[in-house]
Design a protein around this ligand. Structure first.
Ligand code: GLC
Ligand code: GLC
Length: 815
């Protein structure tokens, strides 16, 4: 890894030391409504709330690894032209460094005595992205140079922007006032918002026409204005509006100049739209630029960002964990990724275009599991938003748009695992906060506008849906797919232009999913616990009954001899069975049956996980999704068999489901395996980045497996359910600090060689400092628990008495 960079754990940064990383290594900026994606060379784009409906800057399609477009600075110094972030000009630099931090990226480039630092961040609760720029003269003579800024504007609706040129090439409109460039396309008609790109320093010129700044037959690597050393104050009429400023500087030896660029999303609200015909009322925009023209406000905003993250991360810190990979992931980067997946679901990243997928029903529910400790109030709202996209028959919209919160009709529903995911997310919220009032919040069904059923009603509807939709073996019907979106047992598609996900008639189908059965077992136990907490024993018994009934079915119908069968297809033939030629064993049914409590008393849980180890696991790669990969397309299985062997759901290492196996090993008390499996997919622990290629600080969705031609190569970083689940694994199951309805459980499962560790956990307003010791070299089993000096029976720290804000806990493993 040292080849491309290293962790700076003390500063909670990842430091990239050369710009030509194996793939663009990106960071996510923004935490509330304004977001930016920023790579180590300042590539990427920005949007407000919804990357499809409010895209502010343009990023061209099919752009990995090219990473063209971004937030660029150009330096013109005599004849030489360079970028502090190396791209797009790619002129050799004397020094380069990119520090991806918590919500910010700081890129520094040096050449010929000039060092330029570009610090990009989105301050908390503001709809702006700030580039704080410092130009330092590190030479002995005065340096004269021109600095140019550059963004290309997007016309807000990103899909239209990249497809409908017969319209878009005629609609672009801008205004310029001083050093403020206003992008106001479609503002005259139905939009009441615009993008502002301003400079806090006096400028020598600007451009807003891409043709003028870049040149018609040129690229961003040789922009005409920069090469000429001069902007031409162009006004865009149609075509491709851009924002470019020219700042002329003369910096004395050892001196520095600091100023800022501000990219803002401005809503006009009820202010008059125009000052005069065609003239935008710029009052709000002027305020924004004025505010940040005071450098101390910029610095204050950056400090506030630091405080925001510091405050968030305090909720869970484990500073003395013996393994450094787990330590830095659980303390910093995994939590950062949980924030990103919570905010963006699977909508927008270097791989997700921001136009294809909205917020996923199952995805967002799972994302809450790794996020709820950070900002429980936001998790609460999200749970209610998600529930409102469920229909009254129990089915759910598979995805919804964040801006409108409306289900996405193109994708529809019929993914039969979806409804059940609402239960773990709701329970996680109540365990974290103790706030059961969420259950009685009205959140109607999507097909019944104005209806006011409660969240608890949704939960019961979800359970009832599964129970009402069982197949010939008594197992849940799968519908279009379950968690594995590519297991399309009702699709039968021969037409290449169809979506595997939505094609195929699921009405009357017999295809069943053992994974959903396992998830149902898990959900039934959650629900029973919840009802016990609520003081509703009759309902708890009813939920226990659901569990017992499904458990019997699973053990009778789904045990294949050495592992759990994955599914039964539309003809009731087994999938993921020793009887199959390909796809004999799948990971998801082993994981979910074990998590749901199957195999606990008959030895099958261990057998199932051992089968995973035997057939799917490689310590340097993780577990493949299934084995053997499908070598041909199976009409009756769908997309899972469409991928080349070893990639994606066709036996790739799909990181997300690895986490469930890791939990499984902790349930069996195997601390060596739990940590070993955890490290097998941990990005920080990857050794050869020319092979792995993706970011070392965040999980990728998928790594090509041993069954592929490129084992170990990761793709699709950042937006994956792996983030939330890995945090659950590390924080709640390996380190074992697990919120319960009535307290905090201490139940670690660690390697025997660990002597101990400490966790600071903020829980319901109290900070618990929990020191775990392991004097006898055990993996699991808390023997003594001492809370503020008093011995407590069992391993649950009771809720602190009123008024206490800090509690000390000592836990010892082993007899
Ligand atoms: C993608 C989807 C997720 C699905 C998984 C497995 O990550 O976002 O919903 O469960 O793939 O197919
Ligand atoms: C494709 C992907 C899968 C993803 C799905 C989402 O099927 O392989 O991972 O969940 O698309 O629509």
């Amino acid at each position: 890894m040292a080849r491309y960079g290293h962790f700076d754990d003390a500063h909670r940064e990842f430091v990239i030391t050369r710009p030509d990383t194996p793939l663009p290594w990106l960071n996510m900026l923004g935490q509330d409504d304004f977001y930016g994606i920023c790579t180590q060379t300042a590539g990427g784009y920005s949007f407000w709330k919804d990357a499809r409906l409010r895209r502010l800057t343009r990023y061209r399609y099919n752009n990995n690894p090219m990473d063209n477009d971004g937030r660029f600075l150009y330096i013109k110094q005599g004849k030489s032209v360079w970028n502090p972030g190396w791209k797009p000009v790619r002129c050799d630099l004397d020094a380069f460094e990119c520090r991806h931090g918590l919500g910010y990226t700081r890129i520094t480039g040096r050449k010929a005595g000039i060092e330029v630092e570009q610090l990009v961040f989105v301050p908390p609760d503001e709809n702006v992205e700030i580039w704080r720029v410092t130009v330092r003269n590190v030479s002995r003579t005065t340096q004269k140079l021109s600095l140019f800024s550059f963004v290309e504007f997007c016309f807000f609706e990103a899909l239209n922007d990249m497809t409908n040129y017969q319209r878009t090439y005629s609609i672009g409109e801008v205004e310029v006032e001083g050093s403020a460039i206003y992008h106001k396309t479609e503002y005259r008609e139905r939009r009441n918002h615009y993008t502002l790109f301003g400079c806090t320093r006096e400028i020598a010129g600007y451009d807003t026409s891409r043709d003028a700044f870049v040149g018609v037959h040129r690229g961003l690597h040789d922009p005409r204005a920069v090469l000429a050393g001069r902007c031409s104050n162009s006004r865009a009429h149609g075509w491709n509006p851009v924002g470019a400023h020219q700042v002329d500087l003369a910096v004395g030896p050892g001196k520095a100049e600091t100023f800022a660029f501000v990219l803002a999303y401005v809503e006009q609200g009820d202010l008059p739209k125009f000052d005069a015909p065609f003239v935008l009322n710029k009052a709000r925009g002027r305020e924004v630029l004025k505010k940040y023209s005071d450098l101390s406000v910029v610095d204050g905003a950056f400090a506030a960002l630091g405080r925001r993250w510091q405050g968030l991360l305090c909720a869970y810190q484990a500073p003395r964990v013996p393994n450094r990979h787990l330590r830095r992931m659980v303390n910093v980067w995994n939590q950062v990724q949980c924030m990103a997946t919570f905010n963006l679901s699977r909508s927008t990243s270097g791989y997700e275009t921001g136009i294809g997928r909205g917020m996923g029903y199952r995805d967002s529910n799972q994302d809450i599991l790794g996020f709820v400790h950070l900002l429980p109030a936001r998790a609460r709202q999200r749970i209610l938003d998600i529930a409102s996209t469920q229909l009254s028959d129990g089915t759910c919209f598979h995805q919804y748009q964040p801006l409108t919160k409306k289900g996405n009709a193109d994708v529809g529903g019929g993914f039969n695992d979806d409804p059940l995911w609402l239960i773990p997310s709701t329970c996680a919220y109540i365990r974290e906060t103790g706030d059961e009032t969420i259950l009685s919040e009205p959140c109607g069904y999507a097909d019944r506008p104005g209806s006011r059923e409660t969240l608890l009603h949704h939960i019961e509807t979800s359970m009832a849906y599964t129970l009402a939709n069982l197949g010939p073996h008594g197992l849940p019907l799968i519908g279009h797919a379950d968690w594995n979106d590519c297991l399309n047992l009702n699709c039968f598609s021969t037409e290449p232009n169809e979506s595997f996900q939505v094609t195929g008639d699921i009405a009357g189908s017999k295809a069943e999913s053992v994974m959903i059965a396992g998830l149902f077992l898990y959900a039934a136990r959650e629900l029973a616990d919840l009802y016990r907490f609520l003081g509703a024993p009759a309902d708890a018994l009813r939920a226990d009954g659901y569990h017992a009934g499904m458990l019997k079915t699973v053990e009778e119908q789904a045990w294949d001899g050495s592992w759990y069968t994955r599914a039964f297809d539309a003809e009731s033939r087994p999938v993921g069975s020793k009887a199959c030629d390909e796809g004999k064993i799948f990971i998801e049914s082993q994981a979910w049956c074990v998590l749901g409590g199957a195999g606990a008393h008959n030895g099958r849980a261990r057998k199932a996980l051992e089968a995973v180890e035997r057939h799917l696991y490689r310590p340097d790669l993780g577990c493949a999704l299934q084995w053997p990969p499908y070598s041909t397309y199976h009409l009756e299985l769908g997309e899972v068999s469409s991928y080349p062997p070893g990639y994606k759901e066709n036996a790739g290492v799909f990181s997300h489901n690895n986490t469930w196996i890791q939990i499984g090993w902790t349930l069996l008390g195997d601390g060596e395996r739990a940590l070993g499996y955890y490290l097998s997919i941990c990005p920080s622990a990857k050794k050869d980045h020319d092979v792995y290629r993706s970011e070392p600080y965040v999980y990728a969705q998928m790594t090509a497996s041993q069954f592929s031609p490129t084992p170990g190569e990761a793709k699709n970083s950042w937006l994956t359910g792996t983030a939330a689940w890995s945090f659950v694994v590390a924080s709640q199951y390996i380190l074992g600090i697990r919120p319960e309805f009535r307290g905090l459980r201490v139940d670690p499962c660690i390697p025997r060689s660990w002597k101990g560790f400490t966790v600071q956990r903020r829980f319901r307003g109290v900070t618990y400092t929990i020191a775990v010791s392991n004097p006898r070299g055990r993996s699991k089993g808390v023997k003594t628990l001492v809370v503020d000096g008093r011995k407590v029976e069992g391993n649950v720290i009771p809720l602190a008495a009123d008024g206490r804000t800090a509690v000390n806990v000592e836990a010892a493993l082993g007899a």
